[in-house]
Design a protein around this ligand. Structure first.
Ligand code: HEC
Ligand code: HEC
Length: 340
C-alpha cells in the first residue's frame, strides 16, 4: 500500500468513527414522542408538524444534535428550559431524527395566539412570553389549581422559574401523585423578569381563582328500565384552604331520542328546556361544594346516547364570581383506557 493510500484509508476510518460515535435517533420513536405524548408540549410553540409558531420551525432544518440539545437545555431567548428529567437527551435525539424526515417549510406558521387588541399589561406579558400558547388567555386550569391551593405570588414565581422543582410539591399538596414528567419547563428570570410576573399575577387574580370542581361521567350501564349513567362531582381543593363553590348548578343534556326514566343525587330539580342549547337538560342544584366535597349523581335514560350524541354536561357556580364560572363534565373514558 502506498503512503497516500494509507492516509486515505486512515482518513475514511476516522470519518466513519466520528459518524458512528454520534448517537443516531429513531425517527419512529421521535414521531410518536412528538405527536402522541402528553408531556411533550413543545408542539404548542413549534407547531404540530414542526412548522413553527411562537417558536421557530423545526421540520427539515437539519440542526445538529449539539445545536438542538443546547436550544432545549440553555435556550437562547424566551423559551423555557427543559431538564433531562422532563425530556432526555435520547428522546431529543429521536426528535431530531424525526424532524430530519420532514420537508422544510417555505414560510413558518404564525403564533397560535397573538396579543389581543386592548390587552392589559399582564395579558400582553403572558402572550409575548409564550404562556398563553399552552394555557389559553384565560388560564382556566391554572386558576383552578390556584383556587385549590389558595396560591400566593411567591408560589407563582416558583412555578414559572423553577417548574421542575416547584410543581411536584404542589401536586402532593393536592393529594395527587407528582406527574411522572412535567410539561412546562422553567423560564429564566433574565428573560421574564419578576416585574412581568407581577403584571401577569394582577391579570390572573383579576380573572379570579376558580374552585377546583371536576365532573366525570361513567359509560352507560344497561339496567332493567334503561341505561344508567353515573356522574361523580368533586372539589379537589385542599381541605380548609381551597375555595368553596356556592349556588352550584349541575346540568346534563339529554341526548335527542332518549327520555329520562329516573334520577338520583341531592338537589335534583327535574328536566327543563335549555333555550341556549335548544335541548332538554336534567338539573341538580347544590348550595355549597367545599374543598373535598364528593358526590355521586345518576341519571337513567330510556336508551343510550350515540357516539356523536352522548350524554354531556356542565357544572356552573354563582360564587365566587369569576371569568368562566363553569367546567365541562368529562365524558366517559373510551373502553380499554385506564381509569382517571
Ligand atoms: C413557550 C414556547 C416554547 C416551548 C414550549 C418550546 N419552545 Fe423551543 N423555542 C421557542 C422559541 C421562542 C425559540 C427561539 C429561541 C428562544 O427564544 O429561546 C425556540 C427554539 C428552539 C430550538 C432552536 C431552533 C433553531 O432555529 O435553532 C429548538 C431545537 C427547540 N426550540 C426545541 C424545542 C423542544 C424540543 C421543545 C419541547 C421540549 C420546545 N422547543 C419547547 C419556543 C418554545
Ligand atoms: C409548553 C406549555 C406551557 C407553557 C409555555 C407554559 N405552561 Fe404553565 N403549565 C403547563 C402545564 C402542562 C402545566 C401543568 C403541570 C405540568 O405538566 O408541568 C403548567 C402549570 C402551570 C401552573 C401551575 C398551575 C397549573 O395549571 O397546574 C402555573 C401557575 C403556570 N403553569 C403558569 C405559567 C406561566 C405564567 C407561563 C408563562 C411564563 C407558563 N405557565 C407557560 C404548560 C405550559
Amino acid at each position: 500500500m502506498t503512503m497516500r493510500c494509507l492516509i486515505v484509508v486512515l482518513l475514511l476510518f476516522a470519518i466513519s468513527q466520528r459518524v458512528a460515535s454520534q448517537p443516531v435517533g429513531d425517527s419512529e420513536n421521535g414521531k410518536i414522542l412528538w405527536l402522541e405524548t402528553e408531556h411533550v408540549e413543545c408542539r404548542d410553540c413549534h407547531g404540530d408538524n414542526g412548522e413553527g409558531g411562537f417558536g421557530p420551525d423545526l421540520a427539515g432544518r437539519d440542526l445538529t444534535r449539539a445545536q438542538f440539545i443546547h436550544a432545549v437545555r440553555k435556550p437562547w431567548g424566551i423559551m423555557p428550559a427543559f431538564a433531562e428529567s422532563q425530556i432526555s437527551d435520547a428522546e431529543l435525539t429521536d426528535l431530531i431524527a424525526y424532524f430530519d424526515t420532514l420537508p422544510g417549510v417555505d414560510e413558518p406558521a404564525p403564533w397560535r395566539r397573538e396579543v389581543p387588541a386592548g390587552a392589559s399589561r399582564g395579558l400582553a406579558a403572558a402572550t409575548t412570553t409564550g404562556c398563553t400558547q399552552c394555557h389559553h388567555p384565560l388560564f382556566n386550569n391554572g386558576r383552578a389549581v390556584m383556587g385549590a391551593t389558595n396560591a400566593t405570588f411567591e408560589w407563582f414565581i416558583g412555578i414559572v422559574y423553577a417548574h421542575t422543582a416547584a410543581y411536584p410539591p404542589t401536586r402532593a399538596s393536592l393529594g395527587e401523585p407528582p406527574f411522572e414528567r412535567l410539561a412546562m419547563g422553567s423560564f429564566s428570570p433574565s428573560r421574564v423578569p419578576e416585574s412581568m410576573l407581577r403584571d401577569m399575577w394582577t391579570y390572573i387574580t383579576d380573572l379570579g381563582f376558580r374552585p377546583r370542581l371536576r365532573g366525570q361521567l361513567s359509560a352507560g350501564v344497561p339496567s332493567s328500565d334503561g341505561v344508567v349513567y353515573t356522574l361523580t362531582v368533586d372539589n379537589s381543593g385542599i381541605e380548609g384552604i381551597g375555595l368553596t363553590a356556592e349556588d352550584v348548578t349541575v346540568t346534563l343534556v339529554v341526548p335527542s331520542g332518549a327520555s329520562v326514566v329516573a334520577a338520583s343525587g341531592a338537589g335534583y330539580q327535574g328536566i327543563s328546556r335549555d333555550a341556549e342549547g335548544n335541548a332538554d337538560v336534567a338539573v341538580w342544584k347544590v348550595p355549597r361544594m367545599a374543598a373535598q366535597y364528593h358526590e355521586t349523581f345518576t341519571l337513567t335514560l330510556s336508551q343510550a346516547g350515540t357516539a356523536e350524541n352522548d350524554l354531556r354536561g356542565r357544572i356552573r357556580w354563582a360564587v365566587p364570581e369569576v371569568t368562566t364560572a363553569f367546567v365541562n363534565i368529562a365524558p366517559p373514558a373510551p373502553p380499554g383506557a385506564p381509569a382517571h
